[in-house]
Every structure is written in structure tokens, then in C-alpha cells.
Design a protein around this ligand. Structure first.
Ligand code: NAD
Length: 360
């Protein structure tokens, strides 16, 4: 297969973790005889320095040509006090919008060698393996009317949670397709006992389920889901929910796995003529200025994002599994960065990348 990938290292540790992720991508492509067509562009603070804007036109142009984009992280302390529209983070929202990605996927899995890093008891989280699918472009974060009006005790703030049938259908289909390739269980999360918006959500998801009869669908109210995620995380396979609920639940899910440096994420849009699904892949963490430039950052979130790219954009499940197994192997060997190894000699960012390549 020809894998057309754009790399956006961004700022701070984004540059360091992306270097290792690319190394792994090259390694796995070579091993499984895929051709890799890589381009690289600027985003965030690095782009502001070179071209005065966090998202140069050239970057958007290359992203639209690529099938998948791998992003490090953006953000530099020198921009902390500038207005939001001039900050590096503006580039992140811009690239998501330009690519039209509407579903955010957060795989949450626990690794046996890292169970001690989780705040939950081992017997509760061992074997957890789920994906939270969050709708990314609609809901209360974007709905209008919105704003604050009035004065004094009557000051009123309004936000609007709005979804169309079409928006729910497309993200639901994506979640069902994912479930079909996994354990065939989908849990749709809403607040249909209170919100009309959630009533439509539940109705449409139930209708879409008719197209996927091999997938078992259940519905959970969001408050119960928040509880079940820590009481019985193994019960979940694919969790589907709207934007704000997903924002909150995916951070709750993130805690199950241990360090923030471990977590990959994927944002997916429409399918291209080539068959690939447009996707933006990035570790969940930021640019970590406190450890940037020191070869200390954990690259496994970025490397896990490569596995997600292989699976979700290119449908290369075997290759993705090879990367995930290599991550597990390296963790089992204790070759981990300082965030996972408070005592003893930690490995460097590049040593972990090298170890993952050898394990593949
Ligand atoms: P952060 O994720 O960068 O760092 C939080 C803490 O986690 C820090 O102590 C950091 O050292 C540690 N950490 C993060 N990733 C790590 C890794 N891979 N290995 C080891 N330790 C790791 O969040 P922050 O400090 O709140 O933000 C720093 C900058 O990053 C800000 O400019 C922020 O706006 C930006 N940011 C960007 C993204 C993104 O690009 N997607 C996400 C979050 C924050």
C-alpha cells in the first residue's frame, strides 16, 4: 500500500516524540513492504516563528493532499500572554477544521507492566481495552444562540446543545464500523432522561444499529457511564458519545492507563477515493516545556498514534498490532522514560523509540 503521510512535529517535546514515531512508521512500513510518502510542515509556535501564523497555507495544502497527518504537540511559553487567535494552539483547531475530522477516537488500554501507575486497583482495570468515540464538531461547544447578556442579578448566560440527524448518523456509523472490527459491542452514552437533544441522539443511534446487526448496542446515561468507567471498565468495547460528554469521559478514561505520555488519539473524517480515511493522529499530551529538548519525553503516545493511523486510516490491522505488541514488550522490559520510572535509571526518548523498532 502507498501511505501518504504528513508530519507536523510542532513545538517542544512534539518534535522529539514525533521523531521516534516516524522512525517506527518507517520501520513498520519497510517490514510489511508498504511505500511511505512522507512530507513535513510547520504548525504552532514553530510556524509563527518562520511565517508569522500558527497554520500556514502550505501546511493546510499538504494536509489536504495527505491521507493521514501525524502531529506532535503545539505550544510555547513565550506565547502564553498573547491573544488566543495569535497563539500556537490556534493552529491545532485550524488543522482539525481544515481536515473536516468529526470523530475523535481515544483508545484506552491498560498494560500489565503499568498497572501500578493507575490510581485504580489492579483487579478492576486489568484487561481494559476500549475506544471512546467523541463527536468533535457539534453539540454545545458550537451551538448558537450563545453568549452572556443582561446585568446584575438578571445576567444570563446561554449555550445551545444542537445536533442534526446527519451529524449523529455519520459518527454513529463510524463507531459501529469500529465495533465490528473489535468485540462487536457499542455503548451509546447520552442524557436522554433530561435532554431532548439526547433523545434524538438515542433514536438515531438505535436506527443506525439496524445497519449493523452483528454489533450489540446498549445505552447508558452519562452519569452512570462516568461511574461504570471506574467501577467496571472492562465492560466497555466502543463507547460513542457527543462532544461535551466525550470531552469529559475521555479524560476520565485517560487516567485508567497511567501516564499522560502513553495516550494516543485519532480524529477521523471522510473516506478518500484512495480508500484511506482522512485522519489526524496525535498524542494526547501537550508540548511539555518543562522537559522539552532533554530527550526525556515518553514517545509511546506518539508511537501509539502511529498504530492508530495504520489501523484507522489505512485499515492495516496486522501492522497496527505489531506496533502495539512492540510497545507492550518494551514496557514489559522496563525500558521506559522517567514519567513511568520514578526510581532507577530511565531510558531516553530515542532509546524507547529504538527499542520499539527492535521489538517490531
Ligand atoms: P502538557 O501535556 O504539555 O504537560 C503536562 C505535564 O505532563 C508536564 O509536567 C509534562 O512534563 C508532562 N508530560 C506531558 N507529556 C509528556 C510525555 N510525553 N512524557 C513525559 N511527561 C510528559 O500540558 P501543559 O503543561 O498544560 O501544556 C504545555 C503546553 O502545551 C501549553 O502551551 C499548552 O497549551 C500546550 N498543549 C498542547 C496540546 C496539543 O498540542 N494537543 C495539548 C495540551 C496542551
Amino acid at each position: 500500500m502507498n501511505l501518504k503521510v504528513l508530519i507536523l512535529p510542532g513545538d517542544g517535546i512534539g518534535v522529539e516524540v514525533t521523531r521516534e514515531a516516524v522512525r517506527v512508521l518507517e520501520h513498520v512500513s519497510h517490514k510489511y513492504q508498504h511505500t511511505l510518502e512522507i512530507s513535513e510542515a510547520l504548525l504552532g509556535g514553530a510556524a509563527i516563528h518562520q511565517s508569522g501564523t500558527p497554520l500556514p497555507d502550505k501546511t493546510v495544502e499538504l494536509a489536504l493532499k495527505a491521507d493521514a497527518t501525524l502531529l506532535g504537540a503545539v505550544g510555547l511559553p513565550e506565547f502564553d500572554n498573547v491573544p488566543p487567535e495569535k497563539r500556537p494552539e490556534k493552529g491545532l483547531l485550524g488543522i482539525r477544521k481544515a481536515l473536516g475530522v468529526f470523530a475523535n477516537l481515544r483508545p484506552v488500554r491498560t498494560y500489565s507492566s503499568l498497572l501500578e501507575s493507575s490510581p485504580l486497583k489492579n483487579h478492576l482495570i486489568e484487561g481494559t481495552d476500549m475506544i471512546i468515540v467523541r463527536e468533535l464538531t457539534g453539540g454545545i461547544y458550537y451551538g448558537t444562540p450563545r453568549g452572556i447578556s443582561g446585568e446584575g442579578a438578571g445576567t444570563t448566560a446561554v449555550n445551545t446543545m444542537v445536533y442534526t440527524r446527519a451529524e449523529i448518523e455519520r459518527v454513529a456509523r463510524m463507531a459501529f464500523r469500529l465495533a465490528r472490527g473489535r468485540r462487536k459491542k457499542l455503548t451509546s452514552v447520552d442524557k436522554s432522561n433530561v435532554l431532548e437533544n439526547s433523545q434524538l441522539w438515542r433514536k438515531v443511534v438505535t436506527e443506525v444499529a439496524g445497519e449493523f446487526e452483528d454489533v450489540a448496542l446498549d445505552h447508558l446515561l452519562v452519569d452512570n457511564c462516568a461511574m461504570q468507567l471506574v467501577l467496571n471498565p472492562r465492560r466497555f468495547d466502543v463507547v460513542l458519545t457527543e462532544n461535551m460528554f466525550g470531552d469529559i469521559l475521555s479524560d476520565e478514561g485517560a487516567v485508567l492507563a497511567g501516564s499522560i505520555g502513553m495516550l494516543p488519539s485519532a480524529s477521523i473524517g471522510e473516506q478518500r477515493e484512495s480508500g484511506a480515511w482522512v485522519g489526524l493522529y496525535e498524542p494526547v499530551h501537550g508540548s511539555a516545556p518543562d522537559i522539552a529538548g532533554q530527550n526525556k519525553a515518553n514517545p509511546l503516545g506518539a508511537i501509539g498514534s502511529v498504530a492508530a493511523m495504520l489501523e484507522y486510516s489505512f485499515g492495516l490491522k496486522q501492522e497496527a498490532e505489531a506496533v502495539n505488541r512492540a510497545i507492550e514488550f518494551v514496557l514489559g522490559q522496563g525500558r521506559v522514560t522517567a514519567d513511568l520510572k520514578p526510581a532507577g535509571a530511565p531510558a531516553t526518548t530515542s532509546e524507547v523509540g529504538e527499542a520499539v523498532c527492535s521489538a517490531i
